[in-house]
Write a protein that binds this ligand. Structure first.
Ligand SMILES: [Zn+2]
Length: 301
């Protein structure tokens, strides 16, 4: 799932291709927007806010400035191609949800999880709930810390994934930050030893990855060694050799997967039946019951 750094790079790429240019074509394949036509509007900028993308369009024909808002959710992407090229073989045509055409470049939104069109003055209705944006120009570490500590009994992993606390963290950075801090994702936020340092760590991880393709938290770019625990269930911890495990964090039905090393990350941990776990993604090659997250796992204190 794309996290803040991927969305930040997507915004930068779209901005470079579209900003300052007039849309000569627009095709929004989204039920509520099927009749919307943005042709003739000039793109002012494309920005990210946490995991949200905001394409801001100038006023046109007496109509106010508009913002085309999108979210990549699980598998969405935006790609840019030269206008007139057919993008052959890049993505399935049935997955296309938005096409924004300019004289030089065309941006194609593929398998987007959300698409909205609102007056720019109403953007806050869509993103006003977000906590401080880890990669935003106005990153506010103090406010992030305040929001993180606001519910001291909440599990750290769950709080980190709440976009109202910190905008931009997904399961990858949640798991890696907890590993690097040496705490389990089920640690109560109020028991985090050095919360301000932890917030700074999360910020540093995303910031360090925003300019490169791929996410690296180990400093080691070799394949399979880029990160410590995320998606590595069943494999030995790169630091201590203990088998990395995975269990749900957060309350159903919104629980997410948290990967952790039981030895490097002492503290509250989920009980599970101890059965072998496979790395994330390997379940696709196995029977369905080999799913990474053990059902029925409970948290022990
Ligand atoms: Zn370990």
């Amino acid at each position: 799932m794309p996290e803040g750094d991927v969305v930040w790079r997507t915004a930068r790429r779209l901005h470079a291709a579209l900003a300052g240019r007039e849309l000569t074509g627009c095709d929004l394949r989204w039920p509520s927007l099927a009749t919307a036509d943005l042709s003739g509007r000039r793109v002012l900028e494309v920005a990210s806010a946490g995991k949200h993308l905001l394409a801001r369009l100038a006023a046109h024909d007496g109509e106010p400035p508009l913002t085309l808002h999108s979210h990549l959710r699980m598998e969405g992407s935006w790609y840019v191609e030269r206008t007139g090229s057919d993008g052959r073989g890049r993505r399935s045509a049935s997955g296309v949800r938005a096409v924004l055409t300019t004289g030089a470049w065309t941006a194609v939104g593929h398998k987007l999880g959300m698409l909205d069109l609102v007056p720019t003055s109403a953007e806050a209705d869509l993103v006003g709930h977000l906590g401080p944006d880890l990669l935003g120009p106005g990153w506010d570490a103090d406010e992030a810390l305040r929001r993180l500590l606001a519910q001291p009994r909440r599990h750290l992993g769950e709080a980190l994934l709440d976009q109202r606390v910190l905008a931009g963290v997904g399961t990858f950075y949640m798991a890696e930050a907890c590993f690097l801090a040496g705490v389990s994702p089920w640690t109560a936020v109020g028991e985090l030893p050095a919360p301000a340092r932890f917030v700074a760590l999360v910020h540093r991880l995303l910031d360090a990855n925003k300019d490169r393709t791929g996410q690296v938290t180990t400093g080691d770019l070799r394949r399979g060694r880029e990160n410590f625990v995320h998606a590595r269930s069943g494999l030995p911890c790169l630091r201590c050799g203990t088998t990395v495990r995975v269990a749900p964090v957060g309350a159903p039905p919104q629980e997410r997967t948290a990967f952790y090393c039981p030895r490097c990350q002492p503290g509250p941990a989920p009980t599970d039946d101890g059965r072998p776990q496979a790395p994330l993604g390997s379940a696709r090659r196995r029977p369905a019951r080999a799913s990474a997250a053990p059902p029925g796992s409970r948290v022990r204190r």
